[in-house]
Design a protein around this ligand. Sequence first.
Ligand code: AMP
Ligand code: MG
Length: 448
Amino acid sequence: MADAARHGRMPVDEARVRVLGAVTPTDSHEKVPLPRALGRVLVEDVAASVDVPPFDYSAMDGYAVRAADVAGATKGSPVRLRVGGRVGAGMVADRPVGTGEAWRVLTGAPIPPGADAVVPFEWVRAVSPNGQATSEVPSGFGGWTGAIDEVEELAIDVTAAVDAGDDIRARGEDQRAGTVAIRAGTRIRPAEVAVLASLGRRWVWATRRVRIGVLSTGDELVGRDLTGPLPPGLIRDANAPGLMAMVERDGAEPMDLGQVPDQATAIRDAFIFAVQGACDAIISSGGVSMGDRDMVRHVVQGDGEITIWSIDLRPGKPFAFGSFRGVPIFGLPGNPVSALVTYELLVAPAVRRIQGEVATGLVEVPAVTEVALVNDSGREQFMRGVARTFHDAGGVVSWHVRPTGPQGSGILSSMSRANCLIRLPATTTSVPAGGAVTLSLPGVPSLW
Ligand code: AMP
Ligand code: MG
């Protein structure tokens, strides 16, 4: 840390806090039909308008009974009950359950009034029409086809006692009418889509998809549509497509600002195009170091300010953040790994915040490294890793991790093979095999 301070580099966690403090959630909302709401951020507290489930129902295939009737029932001295009727899912009983009565119910069937527990069919023996107890479960269970009227047993023997409420899913146990089911500021995942559907919501108020401009800078980049062999000295643009995919993953709309050479006027024109195109933030890659051709910072300073520059981070030291004509701008390093890692650590939380999402934290978990790790950078290092769950002989489960091979910031394949980042503090120069490390799991949403 002292070393970082001496070099004027900002710790990555501090940079993230500052970036988040500098961006503003959009105030632009729209009504989004439910099937298209995935990935959007709610701007309303969604309250349940009805109880879910709407009625008490059976959690099992079995018999609805009065618990008091079967108190003391055992295998050796079962309690015999008359079968009063049957209720399938989607049906309702036509009269209450009387004393000494059992009603056959299927999973999902409303509990007939009067009954207060369900005895699963496994605890019930069939009684033949002549009153003879059998060792069989009543027919019709197991291979149930919905032909509920085909089963004609008159009585059953219950071989176990149940408590009131057993195997009944209570009305409102999931959502109570009037209570908030999903809070404003929540990103809608498939689980939220399901909850909204269970509440009968056909649409929600969500923030509009914010627009994030993505620009590649560099004299060495060939046009992205070039299909033939590369001209000498030139390379393909990995960053803009990768960063636009990140933006898309994070629920925002990427705006392709194309590629420009390392020329201040061209870079400036692209940024102005982004501002005029109503971008909520701009991301550029390349040209943000100290070289003669590194123009991005100067361009931003000409029409705004740079508030963060140089992070205590490997990969990703040359990172700039500021504003251009009032629009937040991220100048990411050109090295493709650095660009993607700085996006995950510093840009993704901001993209989420701009969309109004409350939970912007990165999920981190403790792990054990399977191989020795070295951090000779003097900076906080994030290595690309493959994490897996490990079951030890005692049945304890933990995360084990290993790096994805060479960690150079140009080795993009190390990103593609990784499912986590291994976080090594600046002061940690090495970790032995078997040592403890922290994993960062970008893309795993934190909740709040
Ligand atoms: P820079 O940050 O501009 O100094 O670039 C650092 C390294 O990243 C150089 O080797 C560049 O050629 C490379 N680079 C810059 N932009 C891109 C890009 N869009 N796609 C792939 N590599 C890039
Ligand atoms: Mg460059």
